[in-house]
Design a protein around this ligand. Structure first.
Ligand code: SAM
Length: 258
């Protein structure tokens, strides 16, 4: 999979190739990253990429021409590499991304990620060059670089071969519409707290059942909206009922915590 990122701060993306899962995936060409700096496409000696907003007001707006030229070059490079990429603008006004979106994004051959700064980019660039607008949450960052890196991290770890264990992404939170179960490691006793006995039993079927029940219970406690959207099989409802009874309530008696 190919990412082309349009950014005024190319050096920020070094963090991706520093260490960990994403660095390994980039090192093994599971994903590739090319960076395009709009300043390199500015036509004046000062390499101007922004200007004052029409109508006045605070802040600067990123200009169309250098951004469009950077996107054009990214598109051409992607095509030369045999990849047709759509353009996504990272924006607090975009569609708020979920894990399901990350799965969809990961299925595409490539993306050109446009990162804004200042007050954002000239609206006409969005109208003519951008296919999708993505937000990473209902808050405002000072630039789109971190947002682009968040998306790249969430997407690249889904690509085949990126994670050491083939199943790990599916077992993570949201993988099958549930939050993940709790995890424990050595030592067996920490500050007087032990490990659930079933995890020490060696009974793999019982461990599997416990983990699934914990995932259902956690999702019910913390994100009942996910459970409502996903629905439960009869077996899962029975597991959840048992989880709830263990905490002094039943499915019918107790409302999920919000
Ligand atoms: C200071 S923000 C501009 C905010 C813009 N004036 C607004 O209120 O919608 C600068 C850049 O940060 C990025 N950005 C900020 N918050 C974001 C978010 N929640 N998700 C994705 N990108 C974001 C965008 O690329 C944006 O162009």
């Amino acid at each position: 999979m190919r990412f082309d990122v349009v950014t005024l701060f190319p050096e920020q993306f070094r963090i991706l190739s520093g260490a960990g899962v994403i660095a390994r995936a980039l090192g093994r060409d599971i994903a590739t990253l090319a960076i395009w700096n709009p300043r390199d496409f500015a036509s004046d000696a000062q390499r101007t990429v922004d200007d004052r907003p029409y109508g006045g007001g605070p802040g600067m707006v990123m200009k169309v021409e250098p951004l469009r030229a950077a996107i054009d070059s990214a598109r051409a490079a992607a095509v030369r590499a045999g990849c047709t990429s759509r353009v996504a603008y990272l924006s607090p006004q975009g569609h708020r991304l979920t894990q399901a979106d990350m799965v969809r994004i990961a299925a595409a051959p490539g993306w050109i990620l446009l990162t804004g700064r200042y007050e954002g980019v000239d609206e006409r660039l969005i109208e003519t060059q951008v296919d999708e607008e993505w937000s990473i949450g209902d808050y405002v960052l000072s630039g789109g670089e971190l947002a682009a890196m968040v998306v790249m991290d969430a997407v690249i770890r889904l690509l085949p071969g990126a994670l050491g264990h083939a199943d790990s992404a599916a077992q993570d939170s949201y993988g099958d519409g549930l939050l993940d179960c709790p995890h424990y490691t050595r030592p067996e006793l920490v500050d007087g707290l032990g490990v659930p006995a079933v995890l020490l039993s060696g009974d793999h079927a019982a461990i599997e059942r416990w983990r699934h029940q914990q995932a259902l219970g956690r999702t019910w406690q913390r994100r009942p909206d996910l459970l409502r959207a996903r629905g439960l099989t009869a077996d899962e409802q029975a597991l959840l009922d048992e989880f709830m009874r263990g905490r002094g309530g039943t499915a019918v008696e107790r409302e999920p915590r919000t």
